[in-house]
Design a protein around this ligand. Structure first.
Ligand SMILES: [Zn+2]
Length: 88
């Protein structure tokens, strides 16, 4: 366990920061936030994987899946950016 402020700062920057960021991004993509918190926290470069991976499912307020082609678009978009199908 960390014993002084500097070590706590180290833990914060190199574990909690990427961990929390990864957990949030994973959550918006319908993935397991705890799993990605641990993975991104322990190995920060995996945050890039979290950012670029596809959402697993429609997540209200973040992503919706096109009923026609199955691709994901941002929640605020009104038509699929891959096939143009209207989303509602
Ligand atoms: Zn589509």
């Amino acid at each position: 366990m960390p014993t002084n402020m500097m070590e706590w700062g180290f833990v914060l920057v190199f574990f909690l920061l990427p961990g929390t960021l990864g957990a949030w991004v994973a959550y918006t993509k319908g993935r397991n936030p705890l799993l990605w918190f641990l993975l991104n926290g322990l190995f920060a470069p995996t945050v890039m994987i979290t950012f670029f991976q596809r959402p697993l499912r429609t997540v209200e307020g973040h992503y919706r899946q096109c009923p026609k082609c199955g691709e994901f678009s941002k929640w605020r978009e009104t038509s699929c950016r891959f096939c143009g199908t209207g989303l509602s």
